[in-house]
Design a protein around this ligand. Structure first.
Ligand SMILES: [Zn+2]
Length: 306
């Protein structure tokens, strides 16, 4: 009888539902779609931010950073998917402004990287990849997520604002490794400009790929030297980025006017023709397709009547 109970318990244990496994290798992004239905949605992140889909939105005012300049204590650890940084104290780091109708609190921030300096970012700008991307994940009291995405670019000089953080990143190379560090968030961010950003509706870039996330990707990059970037090379993960997802019927808005994006078309999917105002080769082609040909057909039709 005891043995019977033992085997029944083993059976129950084996049949118990487990959390779905995911990673960036054999259970990588292509596999996620099988286990996490959201991951095949039509508002997924990241995306390639191409000029073709940009539209200036004057409602996108500057984002206000609350407490970002406060020097505070941070825990830098590894959760098996990324290096994640969370506040040790109960300091509140908030954002508002923009076109937000609520305040958002910072939950944590983390990184996406690759195994060389030619890739690593999740978002692309006009097809260009970046070596590193940082996501500052915020949530409102109503449960809405908004993420600030910062792309990094290689600089000759070290960026001293990253030093403390990167010391912690070097230590947090695997699950179970962590370090506490003291720094201000503002020290990491680009000094010159946080006014210009791209805005679109997307998702978490990792399972369960939940949609409804308000994305803000900044167009000013953070400098990092090749030497500083090696902090991520010691990591157990060689890469941890998801490739750009289809845009489908989405628009990307900008908080700043963008040259070449002031097109007539303001809505539509990726395969719809794009009519530009600047008289480019593409717009002439569209005029030929949509303008002259129907007129010629109409003339031929009239001649047939005669
Ligand atoms: Zn992320």
């Amino acid at each position: 009888m005891r043995f019977l109970v033992f085997f029944i318990l083993i059976g129950v244990y084996k049949c118990a539902p487990e959390g779905h496994l995911w990673n960036y290798e054999s259970e990588g992004p292509d596999f996620w779609k099988e286990e996490f239905l959201n991951c095949k949605g039509q508002k997924q992140s990241p995306i390639d931010i191409t000029k073709e889909y940009l539209e200036y939105d004057s409602n996108l005012k500057p984002i206000n950073f609350g407490n970002y300049d406060k020097v505070s204590n941070w825990n830098i650890s590894h959760n098996g998917h990324t290096v994640v940084v969370s506040n040790i104290k109960n300091d509140q780091f908030t954002i508002d402004g923009s076109d937000f109708d609520e305040n958002f609190n910072l939950l944590q921030f983390h990184f996406h990287w690759g195994y060389n300096k030619y890739h690593g970012s999740e978002h692309l700008i006009d097809g260009e990849k970046f070596p590193l991307e940082m996501h500052l994940v915020h949530k409102s009291k109503n449960g809405t997520f908004t993420v600030l995405g910062f792309l990094f670019t290689i600089s000759e000089e070290n960026n001293p604002g990253l030093d403390s953080l990167l010391e912690g990143v070097s230590v947090a190379r695997d699950k179970g490794h962590w370090q506490n560090k003291t720094f201000s968030l503002a020290a990491m961010l680009p000094e010159s400009n946080t006014l210009n950003y791209y805005r679109y509706l997307g998702s978490l870039t990792t399972p369960p790929c939940t949609e409804g996330v308000i994305w803000n990707v900044f167009s000013t990059y953070i400098n990092i030297s090749s030497e500083q970037l090696t902090s991520f090379r010691h990591n157990v993960l060689r890469l941890n980025f998801r490739d750009p997802q289809k845009i489908y019927n989405r628009q990307i808005f900008t908080s700043f006017p963008v040259e070449g994006s002031d097109k007539l078309r303001s809505r539509g999917g990726p395969n719809q023709p794009c009519v530009m105002q600047n008289g480019s080769q593409k717009s002439k082609h569209i005029i030929l397709q949509n303008g002259i040909l129907p007129i010629l057909f109409y003339i031929f039709y009239l001649f047939k009547l005669f």
